[in-house]
Design a protein around this ligand. Structure first.
Ligand SMILES: Nc1nc2c(ncn2[C@@H]2O[C@H](COP(=O)(O)OP(=O)(O)OP(=O)(O)O)[C@@H](O)[C@H]2O)c(=O)[nH]1
Ligand SMILES: [Mg+2]
Length: 375
């Protein structure tokens, strides 16, 4: 039985290809929308329809019947035959280049592994990382798995899981006060995450939680945290210079947990990051969580983590997982920063949209095996 895959910019064009290549009785087995990735910079993430079809299989087509057009349709764009042929050859060449980019010269990559490679690239994994994972899977997977995309992906998930370090939730030690600061670029979700953590520790775990804000640049920022402090009924201290830090911490000494909110700093502003460090060391913080948005690109994430390292970062919080279209870009950050992950956030709702980071879950999110928001 010959199963073939066709891609075209629209469903109509993809079906026309199926019909032309396999005949009018071909069965459509599967359709999906795919993103043509930035293979060698030739394409910029264009969306396409992929149709898997076969002429030699007697199953009902999974394709819904084509709708009857309501109004007369405009005549289809006529692609000159010659151009169509050239495009198709170009497509084959790029696919071949892509296959070769994953193997050595003259080496054949089985279809299942090739599909895995393109899936990893689509998930925004770095090309070298994707290649290395495919080769590890090729070495380790039994032959029976090589054609099963789900088993292959599950295997990659386990490999990634072993590379991701996590801290578990903030540990409260009875009788002592844990001081935790959140730092990071502007607008990544520091204050919202503080509110989520504070509400969970106070309302669900019944701990004594205090808040400190050193964001005195903007009145609105102080008020934002104060609103949460009022709703959750938490003591809050506002600190506007490193000198004020110790007395503020002292006033909250009886707490189990002090969460410290800080002003968003541009990773390029070294002076502001040094200033931040002065506040943190005056406070004698136990943990500094670097908050980063999963919507950022790989380079920005890596560079930001490097810049904030001077502030003594101890772990990573990834926010806005619900908004990210892919997550492979967080892998270089995890590798380069060497920091373990503490929390993941996946929405604006306080206190629900936060979870303690788990390596297996993040690996599956990266590979799009499961969604960021659990219903
Ligand atoms: N979709 C989504 N939005 C989030 C998430 N976390 C925070 N936000 C939103 O991001 C925006 C900025 O959040 P803040 O908590 O004010 O960010 P910040 O890092 O404190 O910002 P600055 O103090 O200005 O540096 C708000 O609209 C939040 O509701 C998340 O996990 N997912
Ligand atoms: Mg803030």
């Amino acid at each position: 039985m010959e199963v073939r895959t066709f891609r075209a910019p629209t469903m109509q064009e993809a079906l026309a290809l199926v019909e032309r290549e396999l005949g009018p009785d071909a069965a459509v087995l599967h359709t999906r929308e795919v993103r043509r990735h930035r293979l060698f910079g030739l394409w910029q993430g264009r969306r396409e329809i992929e149709v898997t079809a076969s002429a030699g299989v007697n199953v009902p087509s999974r394709l819904p019947p084509r709708p009857v057009p309501q109004a007369p349709e405009p005549p289809p764009a006529v692609v000159p035959r010659q151009l169509e042929g050239q495009l198709s050859r170009l497509h084959t060449m790029v696919e071949e280049l892509c296959r070769r980019s994953c193997t050595g010269p003259g080496e054949e990559l089985p279809d299942g592994l090739f599909r895995l490679f393109t899936d990893l690239i689509e998930a925004d994994l770095d090309e070298d990382e994707a290649r290395s994972l495919v080769h590890r899977v090729r070495r380790e997977a039994p032959d029976s798995e090589i054609d099963d995309p789900l088993l292959l992906k599950a295997r990659v998930a386990r490999l990634l899981e072993s590379e991701i370090r996590v801290t578990g939730p903030i540990q409260i030690v009875p009788g002592s006060c844990r001081l935790v600061a959140l730092v990071g670029p502007t607008g990544v979700g520091k204050t919202t995450t503080i509110a989520k953590l504070a509400a969970n520790y106070r309302l669900k775990e019944k701990r004594h939680v205090g808040l400190i804000t050193v964001d005195t640049y903007r009145i609105a920022a102080v008020e934002q945290l104060r609103t949460y402090a009022d709703i959750i009924d938490l003591p809050m201290q506002v600190v506007s210079s490193p000198r004020e830090m110790r007395p503020a911490v002292e006033r909250l000494r009886g707490m189990d947990l002090i969460l410290m909110d800080t002003a968003g700093r541009s990773p390029r502003d070294e002076i502001k990051i040094k200033e931040l460090k002065a506040f943190l060391s005056e406070a004698g913080v136990d943990e500094v969580h670097l908050v980063l948005s999963a919507v950022s690109g790989a380079k920005a994430l890596e560079q930001t983590a490097a810049r904030f390292a001077t502030a003594g970062t101890t772990s990573l919080i990834l926010t806005k997982l619900d908004e990210a279209t892919s997550l492979g870009q967080v892998l270089p950050l995890i590798h380069a920063s060497g920091l373990p992950l503490s929390y993941l956030t996946n929405g604006q709702n306080v206190p629900d949209d936060i979870e303690t980071a788990e390596a297996g879950r993040l690996a599956r999110l990266i590979l799009a095996i499961e969604p960021a928001t659990r219903s």
